[in-house]
Design a protein around this ligand. Structure first.
Ligand SMILES: O=P(O)(O)O[C@H]1O[C@H](CO)[C@@H](O)[C@H]1O
Ligand SMILES: O=c1cc[nH]c(=O)[nH]1
Length: 232
């Protein structure tokens, strides 16, 4: 047991899918896994372990943002010996051509978060996806004929921005989308030499102002979940 996860030793698999939304974690467990156990309900951050095509995998809600995600990623690595973490999240696209539901594989994550700068002091550099999951996911998506695009994302501490020009520089740099967890996942995973990847589904386009509902975000894209589970 760790402070925020009540799983007994051995109850969490070596590969964990994480999602900001704990109800998305439950949805993945209920619809895609067999022989499921719920190993965590502490603070409502649901965690489940089950099997996908015979392979043991866990899925855990982390809550929103860098500080909350850092707690779960730390406890997975240091208390449960987790070796691969795959984020299945939603994001707001900042390139106008990106449609709702488009899957993005985060090659790297920029951020202006001060927490992240404890690991990556240069805010102009992006944290790359650590390990081989990135190239494996791109190959697998081609084999499974799941349309994806890969590129950099931006991890923000703010969901709502008051500044109208907040994204201008990042749009010019070719950043595809904004979300709130990937940079710390990549930084902590690299620091501890484990593998990590974020697969994101576009839930809104900040430029065109197209939106999905909260319920659609809970269920997100079934192709994203399939790609993540095949990768696991
Ligand atoms: O869908 P999830 O995984 O929660 O990810 C995105 O959605 C939340 C904001 O609505 C933030 O956590 C952001 O990163
Ligand atoms: O962080 C996020 C996630 C989804 N959509 C956004 O606009 N921002």
């Amino acid at each position: 047991m760790s402070l925020h996860i009540s799983a007994k030793p051995g109850e969490i698999a070596e590969t964990v899918l994480i999602s900001g939304d704990p109800l998305r974690a439950r949805n993945i467990a209920e619809t895609m896994l067999t022989e499921v156990i719920c190993y965590n309900q502490v603070r409502g951050m649901l965690g489940f372990t089950g099997f996908y095509k015979g392979k043991r995998v866990s899925v855990q809600g982390t809550g929103m943002g860098i500080p909350s995600t850092a707690i779960y990623v730390h406890e997975f690595m240091h208390s449960y010996n987790v070796k691969k973490i795959i984020r299945v999240g939603t994001c707001g696209a900042i390139q106008p051509e990106l449609e709702l539901g488009q899957l993005i594989i985060a090659e790297a994550a920029y951020t202006d978060s001060a927490t992240h700068q404890l690991y990556f002091p240069d805010p102009a550099s992006a944290a790359p996806a650590p390990g081989r999951l990135l190239e494996q996911a791109i190959t697998l998506a081609q084999q499974l004929q799941i349309p994806i695009i890969s590129g950099p994302v931006f991890t923000s501490d703010l969901f709502y921005s008051e500044a109208a020009d907040r994204w201008d520089n990042w749009i010019k740099k070719g950043v595809l989308a904004v979300e709130m967890e990937t940079s710390i996942l990549y930084a902590l995973a690299a620091y501890n030499q484990i593998e990590a990847l974020s697969i994101l589904s576009v839930s809104d386009n900040i430029i065109t102002e197209k939106l999905t509902t909260a319920q659609e975000r809970e269920h997100a894209s079934s192709e994203m979940m399939r790609l993540a589970l095949e990768l696991a």
